[in-house]
Design a protein around this ligand. Sequence first.
Ligand code: ZN
Length: 160
Amino acid sequence: MQIEDKAVVIFHYTLTNDQGELIESSKESEPLAYIHGQGRIISGLETALEGRKSGDKFNVRLEPSDAYGERTDELVQTMPRSAFVDADDLDVGMAFRALSEGGETIVHVVNIEGDQVTVDGNHPLAGQALNFDVEVEDVRQATEEELSHGHVHGPHGAHE
Ligand code: ZN
């Protein structure tokens, strides 16, 4: 069948940036499984998968707006070290959950200078164009149970 709303899609992908650097590849582990048409994967990739079928291979380049969005300077904040629970163990690159107006977000420590800690709430891939190399492994109809759970069951799924 072709990829359409409520189809379970299982696919491998390799993600690189415009410099050709590898960001991530499912081939190092398991393929990704998702239910099409529910906004569970980034919008540009979901659109590119529409209408494909098992065995299809394709490349797609997504502008930041179709991927993780543009970077926002307002999401970069500097605060005193004492604002952190584990103040003594802070290091550049560490990730924390933070509450904001939009709900829970992940922030990364990007700089530490003395007592001042700078965190960035932008997605690490925000502002970047993404190149996906996609291989569709399998397409099938989602079961009622999968649709009610909102995720895929069985091999590569959330649970059996
Ligand atoms: Zn389930």
